[in-house]
Design a protein. Structure first.
Length: 201
């Protein structure tokens, strides 16, 4: 893929939607990535983060995840611990509902009142489910934001996100003395001056 003529950083402090849209459109034309993935990469490239495009030749896949089917990463060891902690059937339903609404970087911007209406329960009942999920370490609150614990589930990889969403992903990590930490923060490189969490080996 070639991105000649597209600036690594537009003039001014803020990224312009026009430039991000242009890069995203180029990615969409030349790759099989989803619109969300194209937007993520475009924002990162325009923010000055280094990217490398590789070409790989491989046989056509016999099976792949069909478009429109959302998925997240789940970490097995911590899922085992979560089963020991125990969630009720309804708590699992609420968790699944929140996972569907979760953004890249594990940020959850969901109105509990809407969730209550969708489940046909009172707002106080739904608030109780959220409180229980926080107490069990599934939901994490950090600096006014709500996340799903990135030691359990992860939507997207920090290395493929904008810095803002990678920071959210890191803020979503809370072992609570129960879960194994799955991300490490690599040593700061003098050439980039940026620090992103990565999935631990």
């Amino acid at each position: 893929m070639a991105f000649d003529g597209i600036p690594s950083r537009p003039s001014g402090d803020a990224l312009t939607r026009k430039v991000v849209a242009a890069v995203s459109a180029t990615l969409a034309d030349e790759t099989g990535l989803s619109p969300d993935q194209c937007d993520e990469i475009a924002a990162s490239m325009c923010d000055g983060q280094p990217w490398q495009a590789n070409t790989a030749l491989a046989p056509k896949r016999r099976c792949a995840v069909a478009k429109g089917n959302g998925f997240v990463l789940a970490f097995v060891e911590n899922m085992v611990e979560l089963t020991r902690i125990g969630l009720t059937a309804r708590e699992w339903e609420v968790l699944t509902y929140i996972l569907k609404a979760m953004e890249f970087g594990n940020l959850v911007e969901l109105k509990q009142r809407k969730a209550a209406a969708d489940f046909g329960v009172s707002p106080s009942t739904m608030a109780g489910y959220f409180k229980t999920l926080r107490a069990k370490g599934v939901l994490v609150e950090n600096e006014g934001h709500m996340y799903i614990n990135s030691n359990l589930f992860m939507k997207g990889l920090a290395s493929r996100m904008s810095k803002e969403r990678a920071d959210h992903l890191h803020a979503a990590s809370n072992d609570g003395g129960r879960f194994k930490r799955v991300m490490t923060t690599p040593k700061k490189k003098a050439t980039t001056g940026q620090r992103h969490p990565r999935v631990a080996a």
